[in-house]
Design a protein around this ligand. Structure first.
Ligand SMILES: Cc1cc2nc3c(=O)[nH]c(=O)nc-3n(C[C@H](O)[C@H](O)[C@H](O)COP(=O)(O)OP(=O)(O)OC[C@H]3O[C@@H](n4cnc5c(N)ncnc54)[C@H](O)[C@@H]3O)c2cc1C
Length: 405
């Protein structure tokens, strides 16, 4: 059994940020989530099923894959703010669905491809019909991305990719994998020798020259996360991102600020889902002849949860607005990622507590929110890495790291 949401539990507004258009976008995404996403999540997450193609098609019709893609290229032409607004709503249903919208529209930087081709694929991406998996991490490379060792070597008209990758979510379902590889060794500045490559492949398969298997993760279901072994995987010479010599590390890191705001939105959405379910449950569950929502400990817990969610949301609104104003914002993006994801773990754990033993079952969605919240502290840069970024901006880098990235 899954609890109905409490309609009035969390319907917050901030007139400084929320225009009528944004309220409408939020409301439509909320209704879409409750009707199309939540029932699918409740059915498929417990059996580790995949996000269905029908749901992807509906999301494509809503424009959710092209929120930030310009209208002339088939997108909605909106900003980071609307992207986060919609991601929060989708994550209220299923975090994996809020995540898949980030997999569209990454090929405009492939300057070796004709503009026609890039525009055509971007149009398809906006419909959810040309989606990426992103392969940065390796068995020995996680937080320290500059130490990537998977190699790309130019051989005539082709790049040949060889090396092991880890944690590649959606490697099978995607239309291409964006792979971060080393093209040059530079002992002093290892991040400089990295580039991103586009490895196209048939949907539902791994690329030729690449083998892999799913990692047995404990949540984030709806898609598989792979370990991959590239063994002489050949791709056309043109499939390099920033063929004008742009460094792969810089390109990767520059996208992280929006990714961190998006992760905050996902954390806020799933925390809100947990709160709404906990409010509804606390009003129905009776112990000692009264609803458990009458106990002060439950009431105060709910008050604290709602306050924490709201604090994270307001910081997200601020960061998203600044990103739309094209400001570099690494410290604030790290702050919202850290704050929102730590908050989500606390809030989903408190929500589970309100459910008592029922929370520790697969009969309610609470356990999903709790499991998925735990991941938000790890991917897109761990909490410790966010604190490192923030403290570096406040204190300057420690002396032993002053010459490093
Ligand atoms: C379910 C799932 C899906 C994922 N999907 C993808 C994906 O699609 N593509 C992709 O490329 N990656 C993906 N990742 C990988 C993810 O980004 C990494 O797990 C993350 O960056 C951390 O790297 P790591 O796991 O190797 O941990 P490590 O870097 O080994 O860190 C281990 C611990 O040490 C701490 N630590 C490391 N360095 C420092 C430091 N300098 N200061 C303080 N503490 C430090 C960390 O915070 C952490 O607590 C996914 C991971 C998971 C779990």
């Amino acid at each position: 059994m899954v609890m109905d949401r409490n309609e009035d539990a969390v319907h917050l507004d901030n007139p400084s940020y929320m225009t009528d258009e944004r309220r409408m976008i939020q409301e439509v995404a909320r209704e879409f989530t409750l009707k199309e996403v939540l029932p699918v999540a409740n059915e498929l997450d417990p059996v580790q099923g995949q996000i269905p193609m029908e749901l992807r098609a509906k999301m494509g019709e809503m424009g959710y894959f092209g929120i930030r893609i310009p209208e002339e290229y088939g997108g909605l032409g909106l900003g980071v703010f609307e992207y986060c607004l919609i991601a929060e709503e989708l994550a209220r249903g299923w975090m994996s669905v809020a995540s898949i919208i980030a997999r569209a529209g990454g090929v405009m930087g492939v300057t070796g491809w004709s503009m026609e081709r890039r525009l055509e694929l971007t149009r398809r991406a906006a419909q959810g019909d040309y989606l990426a998996a992103v392969s940065l991490s390796e068995p020995d490379t996680g937080s320290d991305l500059a130490s990537v060792s998977c190699k790309a070597v130019l051989d005539g008209d082709e790049w040949v990719i060889t090396g092991n990758k880890y944690w590649c979510t959606f490697a099978d379902g995607a239309d291409y994998i964006s792979v971060l590889c080393r093209v040059e060794a530079d002992k002093d500045q290892p991040h400089k020798g990295l580039r991103s490559f586009i490895v196209e492949k048939p949907r539902g398969e791994l690329p030729k020259g690449c083998q892999g298997s799913p990692i047995p993760k404990i949540g984030y279901f709806g898609w598989n996360t792979f370990e991959l072994a590239f063994d002489g995987c050949r791709i056309p010479k043109a499939n390099i991102v920033g063929g004008d010599g742009t460094e792969g590390f810089k390109t990767t890191v520059s996208g992280l600020e929006v990714a961190r705001a998006h992760t905050a939105a996902r954390a806020i959405g799933l925390a809100r889902g947990a709160l709404e379910d906990a409010v509804a449950y606390s009003q129905q569950r009776v112990q000692f002849n009264q609803p458990i929502s009458d106990f002060q400990e439950t009431r105060f817990k709910i008050a604290r949860m709602a306050s924490e969610i709201e604090a994270a949301r307001q910081l997200m609104y601020h960061v998203a607005t600044q990103l739309d104003n094209r400001q570099r914002l690494d410290k604030e993006a790290a702050m919202v990622k850290w704050f929102a994801t730590e908050m989500a773990e606390r809030v989903t754990s408190d929500a589970l507590q309100i459910f008592g033993g029922a929370g520790y079952t697969k009969l309610h969605a609470i356990e999903r929110y709790w499991r998925d919240a735990r991941l938000t502290k790890i991917f897109e840069g761990t909490s410790e890495i966010q604190l490192r970024i923030i403290s570096d901006r406040i204190l300057g880098k420690p002396t032993n790291r002053q010459n490093q990235s």
